[in-house]
Design a protein around this ligand. Structure first.
Ligand code: SF4
Length: 339
């Protein structure tokens, strides 16, 4: 039986119910029951983080796989995937983890001190919490991140950004880099397809950027659902008006998965058009993910326009200086360029 740890961000209610205040669902959870995410459980009237430290997926990944293209390019990072998710995307591409439950997962427990001691082994720059939604494992990340950073390890989150503002800000204060999914650009899409709220995610992306966390945004382009001009232009316009023109954006190719098997993979033309639209509107760093070939993932200087990072799969050649400047014209390039 997985014990977990006492959760943070919850309240006792009458009748031994508990209300979790971690994410916008604010689940009311009866004794013996669990929240929507599947890993926060009411035991004897107390809310337990039952997924605490359970990481069945552990890999040493290129940082570009997160994807983060402007965060120590060419480095590798210890990547941990846990279980559960607070969204219910019909097209989930990691459903074997996101639908898993803590019971019977004891063997995957990684003690915090073990992670802290091993994070920088094997040429890793730190730890990425990724694959499933990491923020619902709030307690573990808050337990390890300050010490990891004190030892020089970077902390990265690959997240859906669907958390309440208070806990989100706490996490961001201990995070170096984040890739946040903006899954579509309409509340209707968020309600029907992913079971969440867009406004929450946008507010949280802005908080991350305002707090100085290196932030990149992924947008999975799904034919017929979020690939229309209104959503794509609305998304880009929002970045330009609320964030800045150097936020790296990744338009990723959809492939049929989970409960969305009736939609074809994104046509290459749609992805290229999305990228061209973003550049025409003023974004400086726009990439296309999950599509081989071409130079869709190279970085060009926002000042002189010359190619400054070339990427061929995970083979990276960067000319950006350690202080983040173009070698040709000296323009500052948004990113993290030295440890
Ligand atoms: S984190 Fe889980 S239990 Fe808490 S409100 Fe969100 S879905 Fe519900």
């Amino acid at each position: 039986m997985v014990e977990g740890t006492l959760a943070r961000h919850w309240e006792s209610l009458e009748g031994r119910d508990a209300r979790c205040d971690l994410c916008p669902h604010t689940c009311r959870i009866g004794e013996g029951k669990r929240g929507i995410c599947g890993i926060r459980v009411n035991r004897n009237g107390k809310l337990m983080a039952a997924g605490y430290g359970l990481y069945p997926a552990v890999h040493l990944d290129p940082i570009e796989k997160k994807p983060l293209n402007h965060f120590l390019p060419g480095s590798r990072i210890l990547s941990l995937g846990s279980i559960g998710c607070n969204l219910s995307c019909r097209h989930c591409q990691n459903w074997s983890l996101s639908r898993e439950r803590p019971e019977g997962m004891e063997d995957y427990f990684i003690p915090p001190e073990l992670l802290i001691n091993r994070a920088l082994d094997r040429e890793s720059i730190g730890v990425a919490f990724t694959y499933n939604e990491p923020t619902i494992n709030f307690e573990y990340i808050m337990d390890v991140s300050p010490e990891l950073r004190k030892r020089g390890a970077k902390v990265v989150l690959v997240t859906n950004g669907h958390l309440r503002p208070g806990p989100w800000k706490e996490l961001m204060e201990h995070t170096d880099g984040a890739n946040v999914d903006v899954k579509g650009f309409s509340e209707d899409f968020y309600t029907r397809i992913v079971g969440g709220t867009l406004g929450t995610v946008l507010d949280n992306v802005k908080t991350a950027v305002d707090l100085g966390v290196h932030t990149e945004i992924a947008y999975l382009v799904i034919p017929g659902h979020n690939d229309d001009e209104e959503q794509i232009k609305g998304f880009i316009g929002w970045i330009l008006s609320k964030l800045h023109d150097q936020v790296p954006v990744h338009f990723n190719r959809f492939h049929p998965d989970h409960k969305m098997l009736d939609v074809p993979p994104t046509p290459e033309g749609t992805l290229i058009r999305s990228k061209e639209t973003a550049i025409e509107m003023g974004l400086k760093h726009v990439f296309i993910g999950n599509m081989g070939g071409g130079s869709f993932n190279d970085t060009y200087c926002p000042g002189c326009g010359k190619r400054i990072i070339s990427r061929n799969m995970f083979s990276i050649r960067s000319k950006v200086s350690n202080d983040g400047r173009c070698p040709h014209c000296g323009t500052s390039v948004y990113g993290v360029w030295r440890t």
